[in-house]
Design a protein around this ligand. Structure first.
Ligand code: ADP
Ligand code: MG
Length: 619
């Protein structure tokens, strides 16, 4: 009887699988555990995670460390992955033309056009000229309302108001006439006095109609066709807002410009390619495919793309302790994204959605470094008084994943596995004759998280990760939530006050919900989440399958088993299954050994392969 533990050190997760092997080679798996990988995969820092996973797996199995004979480590594919993102458009405002300001609670409603006048100058405004009043910092809402009412009584036509504080509703409630009011304009001093402006506020649940229409702006400001063309980005930026202000300054301008992002130099096995990053993901990926297999990628020096590639390369070199010159980019995934960015020159923290390209790069390093990890694990075991345990570096990761996947009930050779990890999407195929082949692609779960974070403007990766993993709901009362699929769930105890009227994530833990502290609607968050998953995993699944299908023909693939952390996701497996269904592919989430779900494939495969090597010569 021998007791062995298979250990799979992944970029994100370290998994262990304990098995007992009796003298005639019969295996019984007795325990499994997983923990976060410590340090960079393939470096001695991994020992802490390995020790934890092994200890927990042994504890769960009721086996003492002293009884252990052997630890099997995966021969990791020496790849690491990095991410970068670069905006390729920007909106710039010159001369304080204000756009896109959308405070939480504008007051009043309607459309007002007039000349901007300062609050302090209200008494001097002549009757008969429509005016929009700007109320500076420090004026209280009662005062503001009183002076505006007084001016109106005097016969001055006040058509709208722009406030600095957050009291539009309070002012609106105290006015005799109903005018549109926007507030929370932080740089109120920068609002140019004496210019013509328009203020529009829509009713609750509605969005503005005039200022978000190029011809609406042309009508208000009396623009010719050339000028209308110039202001059309303003209209576009305002679409969907509940309120807005547009100031027309003589030489004021809002420009929508494409940032010269630079180009990528793609070096393939035999072909070379060059593609401008601002052409977007589809063209970049077509070029990657054309020159494949990739040997290396460079970025045009002195451009954002050059900087982005240099960053990826440098961080990869640092991580792997390689010379910069030894770092080669073997795969690249480009994804189009729209990220909210503060508008340069804005006066109220205006935000516009800019086009950006996210890149995931896969770098092949010289060797995996697993032997160094094995030595360090052996050192740890000696210190723990278990010097008798051997530590060996076992089979190749992709082959082990296939062996582990084959323990899923209902599977047989030929079989394709797609391992959906944190940094990379790996595919492996095993033929009827046992021959295996594998491919490793850049971009996986971490990129999805990053896209969600950037597109929702969260700047909080933990929250983005939660949004990725959990369905959404809206707390409509203290006792019920509306789930994203439209159904209602009731609760006996009142929901936390912080969740009320908020979009929340529903975690796997029964009843646990956390509010998402943004103004995005449930529909928008859901759309960002799902499209992020599609842009990464559907694209990569198809790329991976084309890479290993016989002759690149997806119809030659019968069965696909999904493995890895992202196969646990509540919608990624179905998105992939739907995308490959037209090719007659059966695709489902693996269930390693009939119990472990998509987890533990490599760790179990290591044990299976070791057992095969024991009994192999005899059979
Ligand atoms: P690796 O093999 O690279 O160590 P994993 O197979 O552990 O990676 O996958 C890590 C990825 O899986 C991360 O992007 C993580 O967000 C995702 N993940 C882990 N658990 C879940 C889950 N329960 N639901 C959805 N995604 C998950
Ligand atoms: Mg893995």
């Amino acid at each position: 009887m021998r007791t062995v533990v298979g250990v799979d050190i992944g970029n994100s997760t370290t998994e262990a699988s304990v098995a007992r092997i009796d003298s005639d080679g019969a295996v019984s798996y007795v325990g499994a555990a997983l923990t976060r990988t410590t340090g960079v995969k393939g470096t001695p820092k991994n020992v802490d995670g390995v020790a934890k996973a092994v200890t927990w797996a042994l504890e769960g199995a009721g086996v003492r460390l002293a009884e252990l004979d052997l630890i099997l480590l995966n021969e990791a594919t020496p790849v690491i992955s990095g991410l970068a993102m670069e905006t390729i458009t920007e909106t710039i405002i010159t001369e304080s033309t204000m756009i896109g300001h959308d405070p939480r609670t504008p007051g009043g409603r309607g459309l007002g056009v007039g000349t901007i006048v300062d609050f302090e100058a209200l008494d001097e405004v002549a009757t008969g000229s429509p005016s929009i009043v700007v109320v500076p910092r420090g004026v209280d809402f009662d005062d503001a309302a009183r002076r505006i009412n007084a001016a109106c009584d005097r016969g001055v036509e006040i058509t709208g108001a722009i406030l600095c504080g957050d009291d539009a509703v309070l002012v609106a409630n105290r006015l005799n006439a109903k005018i549109p009011i926007v507030d929370e304009v932080s740089r109120i001093d920068a609002v140019p006095r004496g210019m013509t402006a328009a203020v529009e506020v829509a009713g609750p649940g509605q969005s503005i109609r005039t200022l978000s229409n190029a011809y609406g702006l042309a009508t208000i400001f009396d623009l010719d066709s050339q000028q209308t063309k110039v202001v059309s980005p303003v209209a576009r930026a305002l679409t969907g807002n509940r309120s807005a202000v547009v100031v027309r300054t003589p030489s004021g301008d809002v420009a929508d410009r494409t940032i010269p992002a630079g180009s990528l130099d793609l070096e393939g096995g035999t072909k070379r390619g060059k593609v401008d990053v601002s052409r977007g993901a589809a063209e970049i990926m077509a070029e990657v495919e054309r020159v494949s297999p990739l040997v290396d990628v460079g970025g045009e020096a002195g451009t954002n793309t050059g900087g982005m590639i240099a960053n990826v390369r440098q961080s990869m070199a640092d991580l792997s302790a390689h010379e910069l010159a030894d770092v080669r980019i073997k795969d690249l995934l480009a994804v189009d994204t729209l990220v909210p960015q503060e508008v340069r020159g804005g006066v109220a923290g205006e935000v516009a959605l800019e086009n950006a390209v996210a890149l995931a790069a896969m770098v092949r390093t010289k060797e995996s470094g697993m032997q160094a990890v094995a030595d360090a694990v052996a050192g740890y075991l000696r210190d723990a008084g278990a010097a008798g345990v051997d530590v060996v570096v076992g089979g190749v990761e992709a082959e082990m994943a296939v062996l582990g996947a084959l323990t899923t009930p209902g599977t047989d050779k030929p079989l394709v596995v797609l391992d959906l990890g944190g940094g990379s999407t790996d595919a492996a195929v095993i033929g009827v004759d046992g021959h295996t082949d594998a491919t490793h692609l850049a971009g996986a779960g971490d990129l999805v998280t990053k896209l969600i974070d950037a597109e929702l403007g969260l700047d909080n990766l933990e929250l983005a990760e939660e949004i990725k993993r959990c369905p959404l709901a809206k707390a409509e009362s203290f006792f019920h939530v509306r789930l994203e699929n439209g159904t209602v769930q009731f609760f006996e105890k009142p929901l936390p006050a912080t969740a009320f009227a908020r979009v929340v994530t529903l975690s796997e833990v029964e009843g646990a919900m956390s509010p998402i502290p943004t103004r995005h609607s449930l529909e928008r968050i859901r759309m960002v989440r799902r499209t992020a998953k599609e842009r990464v995993f559907v694209v990569n699944a198809l790329r991976a399958l084309r890479g290993i299908a016989p002759g690149g023909d997806l119809r030659q693939i019968g069965f696909v088993v999904l493995l890895g952390g992202c196969a646990l996701d509540f919608e990624i497996p179905e998105l992939i299954a739907t995308a490959v269904a037209p090719f007659g592919i059966v695709c489902g989430t693996g269930n390693v050994r009939g119990t472990e779900g998509p987890r533990n494939a490599v760790a179990s495969g290591l044990v299976a392969s070791y057992v095969a090597s024991l009994v192999g010569p005899r059979a």
